[in-house]
Design a protein around this ligand. Structure first.
Ligand SMILES: [Zn+2]
Length: 79
């Protein structure tokens, strides 16, 4: 157990080369790089997804608006 460091995130022991010291509310703790990277990727993916969704919603509502406008104008063409 001496060659491993306790990871507060995984609640298990990892090799020291995979560990980073992080400051938490409870003080300085050891956490493995993998869990730090995983958390960052999740955040980045979530942010990217949020942006995509916003753009999608915007373009969707624009298309919907244009469709409604065409529908609205159609009777004029018939007359
Ligand atoms: Zn870990």
């Amino acid at each position: 157990m001496m060659d491993k460091i306790y990871c507060y995130h995984c609640m298990s022991y990892h090799r020291p080369e995979n560990m980073r010291q992080v400051t938490t509310r409870a003080g300085v703790r050891w956490r493995c790089i993998r869990s730090i990277e995983a958390a960052r990727n999740t955040t980045a993916a979530r942010d990217a997804f949020g942006v995509r969704q916003t753009e999608l919603n915007r373009s969707r509502s624009l298309a919907e608006q244009e469709r409604v406008m065409r529908e609205y104008r159609r009777p004029d063409y018939r007359c």
